[in-house]
Design a binder for this molecule. Structure first.
Ligand code: SF4
Length: 489
């Protein structure tokens, strides 16, 4: 991949790495079509709304401490700000730090969308800088500014001399990609462009960049890495601008999910030679060990890591083997972002649970370096296959599949999805926290959570009895694939 950090725009996932949002078939077919280059995405003749990529991009950025987000668009585009603002404060409080990040919408009106409002934008940037003294300013676009061609880059360039902190344009017009995860790349691109500095000469670091969402397992990961003489820098939740400016000096970059960290990891490797840990993720035993061993290889700490693995195995494997006896033979459907869909499918397989259908909200047929995502590669190399679809959070398709397959369990990382499954009477596990299946300890806890949800099904049964769902018998008899229309090349 050749990244151009001089351009504030980053190409969409569809254009850069051939990602799609519509497909129905099997895992093996999805992989073989990806490999031979015949995989084309599908559109739907009916679709429910999904997420806007700007929430992803600006949600990531606003978690950085003490910065300003200036969202140039109509008020409706900034609707995610309230939730993001609240979450940032809670996450900072939980960690015991403060986050004085401000999120300002420019509230474009009808006049602005006809005549443009670059002057207003300039004044708002200057006022935000004066009033809040942020450590960096991210100025984002929206669909409206994208459509009228508002020249945000020029305003940002003009103000660079006047404002003493980094300021950068963030191009996250919602219409430019169907894939919300493009927003992760847009946030990374803005940080790489404006905050990250080249490594300082002579600085020797034992830091490892760890891109995650909400750093909930921060204390235990710090403790674990201490054993290998490594110090994690968690990104971007509660990061400081100072920390981010030096991530090019780290010994490696890793992430909790390839969908989230792949762009940052690859660019840091390409531009500054920071190795990106390419491995399946830390979910389950196989994933955790493969990930740790890859870190050992990349950072020259294999011996210490092997010792840690053997110690942990002795503690947890007997317990996990015990609980597996009760899980064997269960059947599951899952719907998640593509990183977790294929990682969690592997864990379910490890636990003896059959995956009957896996929905990925989108699919990246390759990552920035041109390789098939490791989670997918693992399943293929180990001859694991199941029915799979790419479904862009289309809950009506989830419901059709649940009705047809009647699984013992539905797993999703998105609450809006599990709620529907529960109303349908299907026991569900909301894999909310990214560390819920991390390593030995949390894999054991995850196995217990599954047991809890299938042992007592009265909640789902009672709710289903009292809920009238909007789906007709006609819909349940349909094959969801019939409603997909092949995208043009
Ligand atoms: S950027 Fe576009 S898709 Fe996103 S909220 Fe605004 S109008 Fe909607």
């Amino acid at each position: 991949m050749a990244t151009n950090l001089n351009n504030s725009n980053v190409a969409t996932r569809e254009n850069r790495i051939g990602s799609i949002t519509g497909y129905i078939g099997s895992l093996k077919d999805l992989a073989s079509q990806s490999e031979c280059g015949t995989l084309k995405g599908c559109s739907r003749c009916f679709s429910q709304s999904s997420s806007c990529l700007s929430s992803c991009a600006l949600g990531q950025l606003s978690a950085i401490r003490d910065i300003a987000i200036i969202h140039h668009g109509p008020a409706g585009c900034s609707v995610a700000a309230a939730g993001t603002y609240y979450l940032d404060k809670v996450m900072a409080k939980k960690r015991g730090v403060t986050n004085d990040t401000v999120y300002v919408g420019t509230d474009m009106n009808e006049n602005d969308t006809i005549f443009g409002s670059t002057n207003t934008l300039r004044n708002i940037i200057l006022e935000v800088n004066k009033r809040y003294s942020p450590k960096a300013i991210f100025v984002s676009s929206s669909c409206a500014t994208g459509i009228i061609g508002e020249d945000i880059d020029s305003i940002v360039d003009e103000l660079k001399d006047e404002i003493q902190v980094p300021i950068v344009a963030v191009h996250c017009e919602g219409f430019k990609s169907r894939i919300w995860a493009t927003g992760f790349d847009i946030a990374d691109h803005a940080v790489l462009q404006s905050i990250v500095k080249p490594p300082r000469e002579g600085v020797k670091s034992n830091k490892i960049n760890f891109k995650n969402f909400y750093e909930s397992a921060r204390p235990e990961i710090i403790e674990m890495f201490k054993e290998f003489d490594l110090e994690p820098t968690f990104l971007y939740c509660n990061s400081t601008i100072e920390e981010l400016s030096h991530i090019s000096e780290a010994v490696a970059t890793t992430c909790i999910c390839g969908t989230l960290g792949n762009y940052l990891g690859n660019v840091l490797e390409e531009k500054y030679g920071v190795p990106y840990v390419r491995s399946i993720n830390q979910c389950g035993i196989v994933g955790f060990e493969a990930w740790l061993r890859e870190i050992g290889k990349v950072t020259g700490r294999s011996e210490k890591i092997e010792k840690y693995i053997q110690e942990q195995r002795a503690i947890y494997l007997p317990k996990i083997e015990e609980v597996k006896k009760e899980l064997k033979g269960l059947r599951a459907v899952l719907g998640m972002g593509p990183g977790y869909t294929f990682e969690v499918s592997r864990v379910l397989n490890e636990l003896g649970i059959e995956v009957v259908w896996a929905l990925a909200w989108h699919y990246d047929k390759k990552y920035e370096n041109g390789d098939v995502p490791p989670s997918m590669k693992y399943l293929l190399d180990n001859n694991i296959d199941f029915e799979a679809s790419v479904a862009d959070q289309q809950n009506f398709e989830v419901m059709n599949i649940l009705n047809k397959y009647q699984p013992d369990l539905y797993l999703s990382r998105h609450p809006g999805s599990t709620v529907w499954a529960i109303k349908n009477g299907t026991p569900s596990v909301y894999v909310a926290d990214e560390y819920m299946i991390f390593g030995y300890k949390h894999t054991l806890e995850f196995a217990y959570s599954i047991l809890d949800s299938i042992r007592n099904r009265s909640f789902e049964q009672n709710l289903a009895k009292r809920t009238k769902l909007p789906y007709t018998d006609w819909w349940y008899k349909q094959n969801v694939g019939e409603f997909l229309v092949q995208d043009k090349a």
